[in-house]
Design a binder for this molecule. Sequence first.
Ligand SMILES: *Cc1c(COP(=O)(O)O)cnc(C)c1O
Length: 526
Amino acid sequence: MSMNNVGRVTRIEGESKGFAASAAGAVAETFTGNRGLMLEEGLLFEIGGLERSGVDLPPVPVVPDRLGDLARVEPIGLPGLSEPETVRHYTRLSRQNYGIDLGIFPLGSCTMKHNPRLNEKMARLPGFSDIHPLQPQATVQGALELIDRLAHWLMTLTNMPAVAMSPKAGAHGELCGMLAIRAALEAKGDMRRVVLVPESAHGTNPATAAFCGFTVENIPADPRGRVDFAALKARLGPDVAAVMITNPNTCGLFEPDLKDICDAVHAAGGFVYCDGANFNAIVGRVRPGDLGVDAMHINLHKTFSTPHGGGGPGSGPVVFSAALAPFAPLPFVRKTATGFELVEEMQAQGSRDHDQSFGRMVAFHGQMGMFVRALSYIMSHGADGLRQVAEDAVLNANYILASLKDVYSAPFAETGPCMHEALFSDDFLEGTGLTTLDLAKAMIDEGFHPMTMYFPLVVHGAMLVEPTETESKRSLDQLIGAMRSLAERMVADPDAFRAGPHLAPRRRLDETGAARKPILGYRDAA
Ligand SMILES: *Cc1c(COP(=O)(O)O)cnc(C)c1O
């Protein structure tokens, strides 16, 4: 193992035999740890000093100590850096980061698409960005109108009569929808407690159902990667509260039986929750309300382009059927004769259609900045443009599927085209001792963020690629070229790929160890 002058591993034993030596030769290790203009950067604690400060503060005046024996006796332990050191630190770290503004982000199920700069410009208009949620409603009529206009678009695109705008992410929207379903059942004195979830469901679905106090039961997938309708129908009964189903599902496939599923669930007295995170594949083409869905969240940060990843804000409005609308959460915007008002209080029973609201999801009204960005995206595309978004997303995914299925194993390619994401398995690596993980690391060396790995669980060594409509043919061809080349090289010379990435700022990390036994203080690492 070789280390640079700050003690970071630059080369692992045996690596020189592999890819790095042939590709990067003797320059793999440098005195500084820098690789060309890609600069090595230590932790703030390593480059800063506890005794230093970036600002000159006047001496602390002597004041009587009123803390008793609670006063801190040790130094506070924060590193001091000058302004240029601080700026360089974060700029260097940002250059080691990969983002959608750098290149394709083929993460399946995540829908990482370009966020048009127009969205940002609109979200920064002072009338939207400088307002406070407790301001008198008369002074924020424009913001309320924007929420109402976006709500109208969401209801129209889904053909659902009600929408709750406040949930702050997809999973939060699921919680909202399932709480409404629970409230609707309880209002009838019905204590059904089982929620059926297909095997291929996003992990948030069973988690949400369990969090709401339901018992989760799995429904198997059929050989085409769709919900096994016969198995689902056989399980329906008076104890089934709801079915949670993702459409298009997490194998990137449309659930053709969804309408029949909804009819069967309703006939058995249950509700259908549709995970609408993949709405970007069908927006403008399919209205979930027409299929009989009772509640569905829409990830504004996926379908309608608002930025996400890196912990940025999300937004997960939920549309409701007429049966669930009365149970939707507060607050919501209502148009009155004189303007817009925010309904924040429960109304007397029977006086309004939302008199059975299950309560509130959030302190205020939702993610205003995301609303502005989503409406900006919607209005700049228009109805026909949104339809083209779905068509292009599906076309791009099918281009990838068709271009790779002869070298990658594609489990459901025989059953027809995919929707917005292409699913592959690691069967083609059989006998090499290499796995999906090795392929993902090799993609980093090629300059790509890896695709989603090992999800969905129904496929062995899954690789889920979602290009979105954002990518040009040129960009797709580059990804396809790299993935074809990797598949061929990995089969021909597996040993060169066991320890990747070789060219990234860090070598292969112990990801399991990091998750199970995180070392949270940098001094503990020594
Ligand atoms: C992204 C996603 C979610 C969760 O959405 P968050 O905003 O990350 O909470 C749920 N289901 C599916 C199918 C998704 O792709």
